[in-house]
Ligand binder design. Structure first.
Ligand code: DP6
Length: 318
C-alpha cells in the first residue's frame, strides 16, 4: 500500500480546556471554544514497514526540524496503535511528521499533530479495511480526542466548539481573523499541558471553574454574534487569567508567565485603554501570547508584529 501525506491545522482556545473528568479518553471538565489556525499545520506521511511501527522526522524544505521527546513519540505511537485497532489493521508502518512552524515557538503542536495523525491513518486504513464511520469527520474528531484532547477541535474551521457531544463547527460572523503568536521564551516548558490538566483539579480555585468557563462561553458567543469586540476581549482575557490563576493555586503551584510576557500584556492593556480597540489576547499553558484581530485591523496587526518582533520571535498569519 502506498504512502499518504496529510495535514491538519492547530487551533487556539479562547475558552480553555483545562482539567479532565477522566484521563482515559480526555473527557474535559468544561466546554471549550477555539479558532482554527489554518496557517500552522502538522504534516504526516505513513509508509508500510516490514518491522515494528516507528516514528521519523518528515524531511522537506517547507518544514521546521524538531526533536520529538521520548514521551511525545510514545504518545504518538500509542495513538496510532489505538487507530490500528479501530480499523483492525495488523501491518506495521513508518510514521513521518513535521510542522510548518518552529516547535520551540510556543504553539501547542499536539492539536495539529494528533489531528493530522488521525486523518492520515484514516485515509490509509480506509483503503485497507473501510468502515461505515471511516470518513465521518465527527467520528474522526472523537478518535483524535483520545490522543490529545485539543486536537478534536482542529477538525472544524474556523470556529470549533467542544462540548459533551464532542467537537463541532460553530458558525460565527468572524471567519477570517489575523493571528499572531508572540514567543517570549523558546525553551521547552517545565510542566506539560497534560500534567497541568492533572494538577489543576487540586487547585483551590478549581471548584466553580466549569461554571465560570460555561458562563464565559455563552457570553463570548453572544459577544461575537453581536460584534461586541471589546466585550469579547474582556471575556477572553478573564478566561486565560482564570486558567493561569488555577496553576498558581495548586498544591504544587506553577507559572508560565515571564517578565517579558507580563510586560507585553501591560502594553496590550495600554493599547486597549488608549484606543478603545485592539486584539483579542490569550495565553495557553505556556508563556506565548496569542493575538486575534479582525480583517480591518490588518494595519494594527502588522504594526504589532513589527513592534514585538524587536523583542522576541513572532509567528503570524500575515
Ligand atoms: C491549555 O490537548 O494538550 O492548550 O488532552 O492531555 O493532550 P491532552 O492536553 P492538550 O491540552 C491543551 C490545553 C490548553 C487549552 C486548550 O487548548 O483548550
Amino acid at each position: 500500500m502506498g504512502q499518504s501525506l496529510t495535514s491538519a491545522p492547530s487551533n487556539i482556545a479562547l475558552i480553555k480546556y483545562m482539567g479532565k473528568i477522566h484521563k482515559e479518553g480526555n473527557i474535559p471538565t468544561n466546554s471549550s471554544l477555539s479558532y482554527t489556525l489554518e496557517h500552522l499545520r502538522t504534516y504526516v506521511e505513513i509508509e508500510k514497514s516490514k518491522s515494528t511501527d516507528t516514528w521519523e522526522l518528515l524531511n522537506g524544505s517547507a518544514y521546521f526540524p524538531f526533536a520529538m521527546s521520548a514521551r511525545g513519540r510514545e504518545k504518538f505511537l500509542e495513538h496510532f496503535q489505538f487507530l490500528k485497532n479501530k480499523w483492525s489493521i495488523s501491518e506495521s508502518f513508518i510514521l513521518r511528521s513535521a510542522n510548518n512552524f518552529p516547535a520551540d515557538s510556543g504553539i501547542a503542536s499536539s492539536a495539529s499533530s494528533f489531528a493530522a495523525l488521525t486523518l492520515a491513518a484514516a485515509n490509509l486504513f480506509e483503503k485497507i479495511n473501510p468502515q461505515t464511520w471511516g470518513n465521518d469527520v465527527s467520528e474522526l474528531s472523537r478518535l483524535s480526542q483520545r490522543g490529545s484532547g485539543s486536537s478534536c477541535r482542529s477538525f472544524f474551521s474556523p470556529w470549533s466548539i467542544w462540548s459533551e457531544e464532542g467537537a463541532q463547527p460553530l458558525s460565527l460572523p468572524q471567519n477570517s481573523l489575523h493571528h499572531l503568536v508572540i514567543v517570549p521564551e523558546t525553551a521547552s516548558k517545565k510542566v506539560s499541558s497534560s500534567e497541568a490538566h492533572l494538577r489543576v483539579t487540586h487547585s483551590s480555585l478549581f471548584p466553580g471553574r466549569a461554571q465560570r468557563a460555561q458562563l464565559r462561553l455563552e457570553k463570548l458567543i453572544t459577544g461575537l454574534r453581536g460584534h461586541q469586540w471589546k466585550d469579547c476581549f474582556q471575556i477572553v482575557w478573564d478566561e486565560f487569567i482564570d486558567m493561569h490563576q488555577l496553576f498558581k493555586h495548586c498544591p504544587e503551584p506553577f507559572d508560565y508567565r515571564t517578565e517579558m510576557s507580563e510586560s507585553i500584556l501591560v502594553k496590550l492593556q495600554n493599547l486597549w485603554r488608549s484606543q478603545g480597540d485592539g486584539p483579542l489576547v490569550t495565553m495557553d499553558a505556556g508563556s506565548s501570547i496569542h493575538l486575534l484581530l479582525r480583517p480591518e485591523q490588518k494595519e494594527l496587526a502588522l504594526l504589532l508584529k513589527k513592534e514585538y518582533s524587536l523583542l522576541c520571535p513572532v509567528w503570524s498569519s500575515l
